[in-house]
Design a protein around this ligand. Structure first.
Ligand SMILES: [Mg+2]
Ligand SMILES: [Zn+2]
Length: 232
């Protein structure tokens, strides 16, 4: 696909009909997007794995924000999971809502330094994070980037037209992350959604208790789709 064929831009997202932007995505809207395999990447071009941060890579701070590196704690197995995922995904991009910035609880530079340390730790472990997209806005700001809006993913995909946007994968631990994946799919034509959580999410293509469990399924270069995996 050449850049001129690219099906959307962030500008178009902003003028998407309200009905599309705001509708609740129902189960029957789910695309049958299957998991890309490493073999696909060679045959059909690169794609992007989008990862939520808090509750997927690092521990969430309930009713608060990770405001410094001292407060940042990798979840068990998350670093190794990122190493495994780095061998599978042509791009890994973190998409994270951080309204603590708009609230003045941390500065953009506090967040940048947390992210620099996080990326360093991942690289030291042998993995990589290709980019980090942040929404710093308030929940009520009606921006195009705060999840469940898909603006952060679209911003990255728009800047990287070499990627096959319809083969995106979105991993997150909240309803909002999964809905973001579905909204992205409405625009790009596909997004495989992976819920991290203790309870099976019927709205996601797959559910795993932790990023480590998801990554452990990437054992071979020809990972096959595993739809509707439930969690005991
Ligand atoms: Mg989260
Ligand atoms: Zn935003």
């Amino acid at each position: 696909m050449s850049p001129s064929d690219y099906p959307f831009s962030l500008g178009e997202l902003i003028v998407l009909p309200r009905a599309v932007r705001d509708r609740a995505i129902r189960v029957e809207d789910m695309t049958s997007a299957s998991m890309p395999t490493a073999a696909d990447s060679i045959d059909r071009g690169a794609w992007c794995l989008f990862l939520d941060r808090d509750g997927v890579i690092n521990s969430r701070i309930m009713h608060g924000y990770v405001r410094s590196w001292e407060e940042f704690e990798f979840l068990p197995g998350a670093l190794d999971a990122l190493v495994t995922l780095s061998t599978w995904a042509p791009r890994i991009v973190v998409v994270t809502n951080q309204q603590g910035i708009a609230k003045g609880l941390m500065t953009p530079s506090d967040l940048s330094s947390i992210h620099a340390r996080m990326r360093e730790a991942v690289v030291e472990a042998g993995g990589r994070i290709d980019a980090i997209e942040v929404c710093p806005h308030m929940a009520d700001a009606a921006c195009a980037c705060r999840k469940p809006q898909p603006g952060m993913a679209l911003r990255y995909l728009s800047a990287h037209p070499e990627l096959d946007a319809a083969r995106s994968v979105m991993v997150g631990d909240t309803d909002s992350d999964i809905e973001m994946g579905h909204r992205l799919s409405v625009i790009t034509g596909g997004c495989h959604t992976v819920r991290i959580g203790a309870t099976h999410d019927v709205h996601a293509h797959e559910t795993f208790p932790a990023l480590a469990a998801f990554a452990s399924t990437i054992a071979t270069p020809t990972r096959s789709p595993r739809q509707d995996q439930s969690v005991e």
